[in-house]
Design a protein around this ligand. Structure first.
Ligand code: ADP
Ligand code: ASP
Ligand code: MG
Length: 408
């Protein structure tokens, strides 16, 4: 007998028939004697619909109220899932994030989980219930509803698995595992039967939305056995996230390619080159809780420097306003501009550690198609470039081919 957390994404709960289908799988696992916790997302499209609805009243919605609104999507699907299980004769009970007490900080729309009270759930499992928990939502110390950022139900799933010390966390989605790249963009993409935790972390952080990055972080921190599977097929082992790095000579150098259309680039031109300047620019941005991803600084011959960084597209205007109001005059920068027509493409693989020439192969491949690189950043197992968004799909396809990732 095992304790298994099964997380189902939006397409897996898109309508009553799919909810019945997931309930049948859960009932099968239950009949095998396992204890099951189900974590569900909102029906596909529902979170977007709720955000759009809020924006009809307030174009830039107050974050606390936005979380009150968007968290309702998951409240519907937990009730629906519990009903579907009951219809199959399975005892089931639903919980919202605040009913569980998934305690988060108070960063509305992107809250972090601080702790989970697993006590009642353990009791319910012992009493023979399937417990159905709302993904994506929590509650802060003052009882306010919070949400965990887009795709956050993955994180609820893995965090529940960690809190309950589950034997496995299964992420059911609309693809049958983690692929070398998004199979919707490159049909030749290949499913990986295994991927190392480190690689998955990089892919998720670089934009592969198959798993939310924080879910992978949780899996790493608490050593949760994590598997990505199709909710539409009953066969198949999906992709296992592994913690041992295999010393396999056959292991390809590059395991996957991620991309991200959600970032915007901000450039601060003509900044005096002196100590503390990076802090003066990025300090106020961080104080406003805006996440910064890539950063580049280069000094010109005239003793001034240009400073470029990326933020989420949704936060570009906020960041520009902060810089223009609080920073530009103060530091004497010549010009501040934003560009949201960019995309980031990243190649990821632990094999990069032992191979040279990967970056030059990447740059040559892009150059041969006339794709200009605007920014570069690297880690030990990743090379990421920012390019014009109109070349994104082309770049992913040619890199996938150049690094021989397609189905053999
Ligand atoms: P869910 O609603 O189940 O959480 P998501 O849409 O968040 O599903 O994530 C699954 C999607 O992730 C797939 O449909 C696929 O288009 C996309 N995706 C991006 N990169 C990858 C990848 N490397 N492997 C598999 N799927 C990927
Ligand atoms: N429903 C939320 C979203 O669309 C959370 C999730 O699906 O994981 O982002
Ligand atoms: Mg998702």
């Amino acid at each position: 007998m095992a304790l298994i957390v099964q997380k189902y994404g939006g397409t897996s709960v898109a309508n009553p028939e799919r909810i019945r289908n997931l309930a049948r799988r859960v009932a099968r696992y239950k009949a095998m004697g396992h204890k099951i916790v189900v974590v569900v997302s909102a029906m596909s499209g529902e979170t977007n619909r709720l955000i759009a609805l809020a924006k009809e009243i307030m174009p830039d919605p107050d974050p606390r109220e936005l979380d009150v609104i968007v968290s309702t999507g998951e409240q519907v699907t937990i009730g629906m899932t519990a009903l579907a299980l009951m219809e199959l004769g399975v005892r089931a009970k639903s919980y919202t994030g605040s009913q569980v007490k998934i305690l988060t900080d108070d960063a509305y729309t992107k809250a972090r989980i601080l702790s989970i009270d697993e006590h009642n759930i353990k009791q319910d499992l012992d009493d023979g219930y399937v417990v159905v928990v709302a993904g994506f939502q929590g509650v802060d110390a003052n009882g306010n509803i919070t949400t965990l950022g887009r795709g956050g139900s993955d994180t609820t799933g893995v965090a529940m698995a960690a809190a309950l010390e589950a034997d496995e966390c299964q992420i059911y989605t609309d693809v049958d595992g983690v692929y070398t790249t998004d199979p919707r963009v490159v049909p030749e993409a290949r499913r990986l039967s295994k991927i190392t935790f480190e690689e998955m972390l990089e892919l998720a952080s670089q934009g592969s939305k198959v798993l939310q990055i924080r879910s992978v972080e949780f899996a790493g921190k608490y050593k949760v056995k994590l598997r990505v599977l199709s909710s539409f097929e009953d066969e198949g082992d999906g992709t296992l996230i592994t913690f041992e790095e295999e010393n396999n000579m056959e292991q390809p150098v590059i395991s996957g390619i991620a991309f991200n259309r959600d970032e915007a680039k901000i450039t601060v031109l003509g900044v005096p080159d002196r100590p503390g300047i990076a802090y003066q620019i990025l300090g106020p941005i961080a104080d406003a809780n805006v996440d910064v991803d890539m950063i580049i600084q280069n000094t010109g011959a005239d003793g001034t420097t240009d400073f470029t960084f990326t933020v989420h597209k949704n936060e570009m205007n906020k960041a520009l306003n902060i810089l223009r109001d609080k920073v530009q005059g103060h530091i004497g920068a010549r010009e501040i501009s934003g560009d949201d027509k960019i995309a980031k493409v990243s190649i990821v693989g632990v094999g990069m550690r032992s191979h040279v020439g990967i970056a030059s192969q990447m740059f040559r491949t892009l150059a041969e198609e006339g794709i200009n690189i605007q920014m570069i950043s690297t880690s030990e197992i990743k090379i990421a470039v920012v390019i014009d968004e109109k070349y994104l799909e082309l770049a992913v396809r040619i890199l996938h081919k150049a690094f021989e990732l397609e189905e053999a």
